[in-house]
Ligand binder design. Sequence first.
Ligand code: HEC
Length: 369
Amino acid sequence: MSSMGRARALVGLLAIVSSGIAALGCDLLPGDDDAESQPAAVTDGTLPGCDPSDGAPADLRCTGLYADFGSKTLSLRARSFAPAVAFWSDGAEKERWIDLPDGAQIDTTAMDDWKFPVGTKVWKQFRAGGKLVETRFMQKTRADRWIQGAYVWSADETTATLQTDGATVDLGGGNTYVVPKSSECNDCHKGRKDKLLGFEAVSLGQPGASGFTLAALATEGKLSAPPAQTSVTIADDGTGHAAEALAWMHVNCGTSCHTGTSTATAYGTGLRLRIGWDEISGKPPAEWEIVRSTVGIPVKSPKWAGEVRITAGDPGASVVLKLLGQRGEEQMPPIATRVVDDKGKAAVAAWIRAMPKTTFDLPIQTPTE
Ligand code: HEC
């Protein structure tokens, strides 16, 4: 073997060894400060709480987000990304990262249902009131299994531990931040066949996306079937407000619950607020499900009998707007929020108000399912 060949073989071997360690759920990298500062704890090669298990590890440091946990130096494997429009989290600031296994591709045969390679890891980190409060983590450990959980940061922001039962964090001044239970993740995340909600073509292909965008994924060869176009925009429908309103509803209502995925929480309602790839990349908004299943369509639930999901030109007669614009017993989303997204609400209201009544002023249609 040539010296070059030997060097390659060695690099390959190191990659296998390090991915083997990562597979245990704990990246112990050479020079890792945590290992040095806690020598007594690493006698068996794992940090406390990093023992391999079938579920999410107990400590965030085991997930590999930070190469050096003490100084919060990110691992080079964690690639930052942000969907064009974020899910509203009561004003919390969020950062997101994904670690795709080396050499693996996302199966994008179905553009609306990407399948991620085993080993994929994803994080979403939240700051509320300027404080680091929570980091959510998901890892695909088998073709049919993801482990997931929320890690709550200590007040001094030095440790983050798994809280399967959720938590309420005191932000001071009478304000609190609520961390969801592990059992609640799927209320939203079962809306996609392979779990991830914001790391998807429509959200990463619009101009507001950043980091590991659809274009970057295609350029780096991460998509098994790259689309012809990697940049898409929501065409205006004559109202001047379609782009903002539809993108907001897609992320806040459509990717998770109001989608055609049969396991999704609100599948049975027939109200579809997700934008499909074929729709955004090839059809005018008037033909999208987000319009066809809302405008002029009566609400299915007996609770709102006789009312309409969205009435063109009349925000006051639009149940979708009413529910997303209030908090309490009847609110949308039904969980994980206590504050209305005023900006999102205003965008949807403006879109409805600007909709020409004549276009949709037809006899009430029956829901399309
Ligand atoms: C109320 C709905 C909801 C709940 C509950 C929820 N998520 Fe999410 N999550 C979303 C949406 C929508 C996105 C994509 C939009 C964004 O990131 O702003 C997302 C994004 C993420 C991401 C980034 C990858 C992706 O899917 O785009 C991770 C990681 C994540 N969530 C983990 C969790 C974990 C772990 C839990 C439970 C502890 C959880 N989430 C609970 C709605 C939810």
